[in-house]
Write a protein that binds this ligand. Sequence first.
Ligand code: FAD
Length: 413
Amino acid sequence: MPAPLFDPGAFRLTPEEASLTAQAREFGEAVLAPRAARWDREASFPTENYRDMQANGLLGIGIPKDDGGLGAGFRAYCLTAAELGRFCGATALTWNMHVCSTLWSGPLTEDLEMPEAVRAGHRRRRRLHYDRILQDGAIYSQPFSEGGAAAAGGTAFGTTARRVPGGYRVSGRKIFASLAGHADFYGILCTEVRDEDARLSRRDTLYLAIPREAEGVSVEGEWDPLGMRGTVSRTLVFRDVFVEEDAALMPPGLYFQAASRWPHMFMTLSPTYMGIAQAAYDFTIAYLRGEQPGTPPVKRRMYPTKQIAVAEMRIMLEQTKALWFQAITEAGPDPSREQVQRAWAAQHTVMENAAAIAAKAVRTCGGQAMLKSLPLERLYRDARCGSLMLPWTAELCVDRLGRDCLYEKGETD
Ligand SMILES: Cc1cc2nc3c(=O)[nH]c(=O)nc-3n(C[C@H](O)[C@H](O)[C@H](O)COP(=O)(O)OP(=O)(O)OC[C@H]3O[C@@H](n4cnc5c(N)ncnc54)[C@H](O)[C@@H]3O)c2cc1C
């Protein structure tokens, strides 16, 4: 079994983190790794992996213990997801969408303000969602992107919800909807239309779980991408879909508060890519030592250029791990400005460095290493997708960081 990505002693992990990450590493190596090439080749959804994750409890990792889940906090989840990312990027990334549905509606909302009656209603409703996950193995997704500035946090979502007796009627379209056709519930962000004549407002964002089978829901378009092929991120269309009031994963208005006060919630796409960076490095070591399964036992480690390349990869990996670990450790409500800046820097670093480390691994290992019979070329393609993930794409992190470092609140030129 490979060494832990974050050694429990060296990084002072809690006993819970040590145990969850060990479980994920063992499961990733034994179950996810042997199947990963198939999802990639077929661009098919890893359904079998989800059945196994229901059996071993990982579907409920973000569900509070009082509600029957494993009760992982933000950092414990991130560390566990990074371990899974080493073995199957598409499974780790889609699992992230599922887990965030519980993490955001669970421990994260406990840090937010709402009247007690609203909190009681929220706790009752989220329990319904959690029971479906724990008892029926229900899978949740997070289709937010619409192709405009909404998923980047710039404007209100164009997908709308109108209140009707007993619930909402939802209409709109989501692109890049990972788990399309495979999740049992699509946890969409949409805007409540409260006044037909007023402009849509981000403050009216609703977070609703729409059943896959609801009337008016359809999956459209092809899915044949460069990497992360097993995510099956096709287009979802909602045509006047009725959902009950209990579909709400957060009370009205709370998502806006969460996005403003708990910004680290947007780092949750990064663990998968932290794992991919480690996997590309691990592959390189094994390959150059002549120990990579599926390759002849030819050593290449004695060439000075290979040693320099590995040293550079290791330096980049250590920098990435250290910054990311600090940022996920600081996650919480109302972070300081410096902590938010560090989170942007960490997200950017993970997403860009995963791609850079994978690219360097391909160049350093050489021609035979990029054959499709080996995992490296898949890691290389999967790694390339990280920088594109909204709302904190690599470009947006740079945009925000540069502006925020140079301008105090309220300053303009
Ligand atoms: C494998 C994969 C899986 C995905 N799964 C999901 C999912 O499950 N759910 C989901 O919601 N999305 C998902 N996405 C979508 C992803 O988060 C982005 O929304 C998507 O890649 C954006 O595609 P686009 O062509 O619309 O790019 P654009 O929206 O055009 O963005 C292109 C670039 O422009 C920049 N940009 C965009 N808006 C602004 C702005 N307002 N200000 C400044 N710069 C801006 C960004 O830096 C971005 O990188 C997935 C993407 C991939 C690659």
